[in-house]
Each structure stands twice: as C-alpha cells, then as structure tokens.
Design a protein around this ligand. Sequence first.
Ligand SMILES: Nc1ncnc2c1ncn2[C@@H]1O[C@H](COP(=O)(O)OP(=O)(O)OP(=O)(O)O)[C@@H](O)[C@H]1O
Length: 305
Amino acid sequence: MTELKHPDAVSLRGIRKRYGAVTAVAGVDLTIGSGEVVALLGPNGAGKSTTVDIMLGLRAPDAGRAELFGTRPRAALDAGSVGAVLQTGELIPGARVGELLTAIAALQPHPLPIGQVAATAGVADLLTRRTDRLSGGQTQRVRFALALLGDPSLLVLDEPTAGLDVAARRDFWTSVRGFAAAGRTVLFSTHYLEEADETADRIVLIDQGRVVADGSTTAIRAMAAARNVRCTLPGADPVALADLPGAASVEVHGDAVLVRTTDSDATLRALVAGYPQARDFEVAAAALTDAFLALTRPDAPAEVA
Ligand SMILES: Nc1ncnc2c1ncn2[C@@H]1O[C@H](COP(=O)(O)OP(=O)(O)OP(=O)(O)O)[C@@H](O)[C@H]1O
C-alpha cells in the first residue's frame, strides 16, 4: 500500500465554495481516519462533488484547508497514496483495456501487478476488449482498476454507480468491499441510502453544502426506519407524550402533535389507548434529513410552540 504516514486519511477544515450566487459548500469540516469506509450521502446539488473535487485538489476552495494524509492533496496524489473514480473523464477510446492499464501503471511510482488489479476490479476478462466497446458497468470497473493501479491507501469514488443497473452496481460494490477489506480507506458519494448502508461503516449526510449528520451506519439505518406519527390532540402535554413507546422526539403546535418514532405501531397503539380524545391519525416515513437531525441532536428538548 502506498501510504504517507499520518493517522488521518482526510482532513477538511472550514471548506467553503461558491459558484457565482450559488453556495455549493458552506463550511465543511470532516476528518476520516485511516481504514474507515465512509459514504458521503446527499441529494442532488448537496455539494458532494464539489467537496470531493476540493478534497482531491482539483478545485481550490474559497476558504478552508484540505489535507490528505497530512499533506496537500496534490502531493498525496503524486505520491500514489490516492486513487479516484470521478464522474467526469473518458477512457482513451480505441485502446485495449490491458494496454491502458499497462500505460497508466508505468506512470505510477509503486504500481501493483496488472493481474492483481484486474482481479480486484473484476476486469480480468476484459483486458483484450476496446475501451469504447464496454458497457457502462464494465467502463466503471475499468476506471476503478485504473484508480487501484498506484496501490492507493485512499480511494475516492464520486457517485461511481450512477446510471448502472442493479446487477452492475452489485458487482461494483463487491469489488469496492474487497479493496476495503484490506484495511484501506474509502470515501464514496452516493444518493442511495442502500449503497451507503451496504458498504460504509460511517455515513456523513450532506445537505445544502453542510454536513447535517455524521454517524455509524447502524445508527443511521435505525433512524432511517423512523416514522412520523401525527394527530390532533387538544391540550397535549409534550413531556407525557415523550414517554410513548418508540418516541424519539415530540413536537406540539397548538392541537397538532408530531411524534417521531422508531416503532410507529407501538406508539400509535399507546396513543389510541392513552388519549381517547386524539383524532386525525397519520403515519408517514420521516424524511431522512429529519431522521439525521434527530439522531445528531439526541438532547434536543421536545419543541412546543
Ligand atoms: N461549475 C459550476 N458552476 C456553477 N454552479 C455549480 C458548478 N458545479 C456545481 N454547481 C452548483 O453547486 C451546487 C453543488 O453542486 P455539486 O455538484 O457539488 O453537488 P452534488 O451533491 O455532487 O450533486 P449531484 O448529486 O447532483 O452530483 C449545485 O447547486 C450545483 O448546481
């Protein structure tokens, strides 16, 4: 593994970036330790790609500092410590996959054997194929192989499975998990909670250019299963409602009650039994962002307006 000795693979401090009137990144702090597998999860336009580009030294931030293994991103890239699969960039058309891997390996300070990389990335049967005759899933696997050639300690993947079908996605993530199993660091961005859930140890939720939550995948999965139970209940007491089974947080606005719960069946049964005057029941999936906020603010008091 090509590694610069430093405990943190990634360190972002106070990163900000605007494009004209659009604030893409609004102050991101993020530390990723060596060996972590982290998903950067967020909706379209959340600022994931801009954050990744700054992290890799491909874009300059307006403010803040990005370091990989305690050094400038470009120095870490030049040392072969970092491999990346980005959304942009075409494979050289007309080249054979094996030729391309051989050519790029020659540029690396400490290349891995082509056969090993091809096996890890699942491209061993594609080496004689032309790069412009590959399917989307095969193209992504070749790009993944190219990123592995320098034997990186950190792999950065920006929405690597965008546009791939379910089978191609599954194969891709199997290869990534194989890479991560060797104790290397992986950061990937995705829109899909399932991808984050299946592959990452930690999920960082980014929304409107900010980190709005950061937690273990287990904790995030539990919160993603959260439901909102709403009802009309005159004279509701938020403190008493907070004792309902499964209740994570309670909001009371006049007669309107919102209970965020991890067990909506139990909450609803107890609500019906304990509050006969309650009516207009409604149960809905909690928005992921709400779930993350509830997760990261466990001490938040019940809100009353
Ligand atoms: N080169 C650019 N010029 C102007 N605005 C940009 C540019 N790149 C990104 N933006 C804007 O900055 C914001 C963040 O974009 P970014 O691509 O970083 O988000 P993202 O989370 O990666 O989105 P997606 O999931 O859609 O790829 C968006 O509002 C986007 O329209």
